[in-house]
Design a binder for this molecule. Structure first.
Ligand SMILES: [Zn+2]
Length: 236
């Protein structure tokens, strides 16, 4: 089950809208140092079409429902602004994260690869409030490695949709396990949830940590311990 390698020409012909809208992609803040490859900048998570008119109507309704006057000066452009913001923060709904894992390189390296402190922000699907923090992704290659920033792009594509942290952690682990044919994957996510800090139980300092271990990280306690000490030990 080797990962499929496809050319940028093939991909671009499937996503003409994305290539056309590239100039709108400046809000994407992910690192771009290895974007010169075949799966480069044509796959930024730029905002994709949502039903803007419907979103504007919904936000206007929301403002009326909470007892506001949507026609007062300060709110007049808010429905349009929120519609554009939703297109941006839910752009992952229109992106298949697996696309970032299709270009791999043959490399004889069978030790752990870890990318830590990948910052992300997502939206809790229960309250539509942000949660944000850091993802740490480790895998044990099976003769195939992937560009490091592609792991950050997978996080972004999975995060930019209505989410729960637990599912997000599992999805990232399964994607890497499957598409890199890895011998093991360890994903750890630490995040602060604004639905816990600004409402309900109101515990601003609380951090939620989730982990998903696959293959070697599940089977070998020493491998898992090494990951934990690299992520949580020493320099933090
Ligand atoms: Zn929530």
């Amino acid at each position: 089950m080797n990962p499929r390698t496809i050319t940028s020409r093939t991909l671009n012909s499937h996503h003409p809208a994305r290539s056309r809208d590239l100039n709108n992609a400046t809000r994407n803040s992910l690192p771009t140092h290895d974007d010169s490859g075949p799966l480069g900048s044509s796959h930024e998570l730029e905002p994709l079409p949502v039903d803007h008119a419907r979103l504007r109507r919904a936000v206007r309704e929301l403002l009326i429902a909470i007892g506001e006057d949507p026609d007062r000066e300060g709110l007049i452009d808010t429905p349009d602004r929120v519609a554009r913001m939703y297109a941006e923060i839910f752009a992952g709904l229109h992106t298949d994260p697996a696309v970032f894992l299709q270009k791999t390189f043959t490399q004889k390296h069978d030790e752990m690869v870890l990318v830590k402190d990948i910052e992300f922000s997502s939206m809790c699907e229960h309250h539509l409030l942000p949660f944000f923090g850091k993802a740490h992704i480790a895998y044990l290659p099976n003769g195939q490695i992937v560009g490091l920033s592609k792991l950050a792009r997978v996080v972004d594509a999975v995060a930019r949709r209505p989410q729960v942290q637990e599912r997000m952690t599992e999805e990232i682990a399964d994607l890497i396990m499957t598409h890199l044919n890895a011998r093991g994957v360890g994903v750890i996510i630490e995040a602060a949830h604004t639905c816990m800090s600004i409402r309900g139980v109101r515990k601003p300092g609380a951090k939620t940590i989730t982990s998903s271990m696959r293959g070697g990280f599940l089977e070998f306690p020493a491998t898992r311990a090494e990951l934990m000490s690299l992520v949580f030990g020493g320099s933090r």
